[in-house]
Design a protein around this ligand. Structure first.
Ligand SMILES: [Zn+2]
Length: 232
């Protein structure tokens, strides 16, 4: 596949399937435009199962394989995996370095990630601590860390130059200001999500529930983001 001349987008997700829930429609649209879309999954996905016979030794590679398949269905160019423990993600210099390294490698114009602003979401669920940690550290990686050559200067020796991200799109937000109409992509978004067989491959009730969640009053399907444009 030749490299696209359009600037890439990078989806930074805490767990396998988060980026698909948040931004699969956007990813499908951008890939169709010829833009390279990359995914970064920050934890090893070792926790997401209610199957008592499942072991972590089987679950970790299985969830990575499912995410690879979901990314293939979304037309993403590549997916990277970090090895941080699911459910135990902490914000430290090591995690920040991992994110900055990925941003300096992919050099995205747009970064998409979790909105870390609120713990309570619409009084109906709790923003997972790994989501909050991923969102916070990703924002810090975008600004100021990845921009400044004095942060992680060892990257320079590896040829990783500082990089300015121009746009951030946060999903799972209480303050959306940017809607992407995914009506044309909603079936393919579901197809991508159902690649995560270990999570909800056979749960039709759950899939129709989340599908309804994307539907707006006028019948269109939307991904709703909080958009930040970084002009400087
Ligand atoms: Zn998650």
């Amino acid at each position: 596949m030749p490299e696209s001349i359009l600037a890439p987008a990078l989806v930074v997700a805490a767990h396998p399937d988060d980026g698909d829930f948040g931004a699969a429609g956007y990813a499908l649209q951008q890939a169709a435009r010829g833009r390279d879309v990359f995914f970064l999954v920050c934890t090893n996905g070792a926790k997401g199962t209610s199957d008592r016979t499942m072991t972590r030794e089987r679950l970790v590679p299985l969830r990575r394989q499912e995410q690879r398949e979901a990314c293939r269905r979304m037309g993403a160019r590549d997916v990277f995996f970090l090895d941080n423990e699911d459910g135990e993600l902490v914000y430290d210099r090591r995690f920040l370095e991992q994110l900055v390294r990925c941003i300096r490698t992919v050099r995205p114009e747009t970064v998409l990630t979790h909105d870390p602003t609120d713990i309570i979401m619409r009084d109906s669920f709790i923003n997972h601590p790994d989501h909050r940690t991923t969102g916070t550290a990703s924002l810090d990686a975008v600004y100021p860390t990845a921009r400044d050559h004095l942060n992680f200067p060892e990257h320079l020796a590896e040829g990783l130059e500082p990089h300015k991200v121009r746009e951030v799109l946060l999903w799972g937000t209480n303050q959306p200001n940017f809607d992407v109409d995914i009506t044309a992509e909603v079936d393919r978004k579901i197809e991508a999500l159902t690649a995560h067989v270990s999570q909800f491959g056979s749960r039709d009730d759950f899939i129709s529930f989340v599908r309804e969640g994307w539907r707006s009053d006028d019948g269109r399907y939307l991904e709703r983001f909080r958009r930040i444009e970084l002009r400087f």
